[in-house]
Design a protein around this ligand. Structure first.
Ligand SMILES: C[S@@+](CC[C@H](N)C(=O)[O-])C[C@H]1O[C@@H](n2cnc3c(N)ncnc32)[C@H](O)[C@@H]1O
Length: 214
């Protein structure tokens, strides 16, 4: 009988939530994880990591953590980071709600990015959406005052929900809509989904909010 080869070890570019529990005492301590005190940005649902690769290459003075519940996708992103030896970025495999609620120190994150979150079209599945009141509260708790939350999607209805949640949250202020930029090459998109949707000619809704200073 043929057996599957064991998956390639992608550490430290890919870590599972279990690794954080076993090796880091259940805490995402940024200087321990990245080996420096640079600002940290999180990409929730990073997919195959185009944003992480581009952003960590352009900003070596920042650290980037992608969180991806689909290990196959997350490992693809981590493999891209490993090939380019981008040590200021890594992928955490697991549901973002877990690290957001118990593994990250309050007010220790400079930006949170949520690009093209799964729309869960059917009404009975809507509760699976990542963006809800609790998630926005968690983001408010994690962001430094003056930190940013970015979210883009091609799903107009979901963008309406996201905008409404953000506008009604007293800790956030809405910033002007980021403008669309022409891609200079085939990988010059914010994420793989932005690339896919723009190539289909779909309009993209872009939002940016700032965590108020108390
Ligand atoms: C539509 S894809 C978008 C991927 C990427 N952000 C992009 O724009 O190309 C949504 C991604 O979010 C991931 N995801 C959904 N819920 C999540 C959660 N609670 N925690 C972490 N990842 C999640 C999915 O597995 C999927 O890879």
């Amino acid at each position: 009988m043929q057996t599957k080869p064991p998956p390639i070890n992608l550490k430290p570019f890919f870590l599972a939530l279990d690794d954080i529990v076993e090796e880091y005492d259940g805490k995402l301590d940024w200087p321990t994880l990245f080996g420096n005190d640079n600002p940290v940005e999180i990409d929730v649902g990073c997919g195959r990591g185009l944003f992480l690769v581009n952003a960590s290459e352009v900003h070596p003075e920042r650290n980037f953590l992608g969180i991806e519940v689909d290990f196959r996708e997350g490992r693809r992103g981590a493999a891209r980071l490993k090939r380019r030896d981008l040590k200021n970025a890594c992928v955490l495999g697991g549901d973002a709600n877990i690290p957001f609620s118990k593994m990250i120190a309050p007010h220790s994150v400079n930006a949170i990015h949520v690009y093209f979150p799964d729309p869960w079209w059917k009404k009975k599945h809507r509760k699976r959406r990542v963006f809800n009141n609790t998630f926005v509260d968690l983001c408010s708790n994690l962001l430094v005052p003056g930190g940013y939350l970015h979210s883009w999607t091609d799903v107009e209805e979901y963008f309406g929900v996201i905008s409404s949640l953000m506008e009604h949250h007293t800790d956030f202020e809405t910033l002007p809509t980021p403008e669309e930029r022409d891609a200079e090459h085939d990988m010059d998109y914010q994420t793989s989904y932005e690339r896919k949707k723009r190539k289909l000619g779909l309009p993209i809704h872009r939002g940016r909010w700032v965590r108020k200073v108390e």
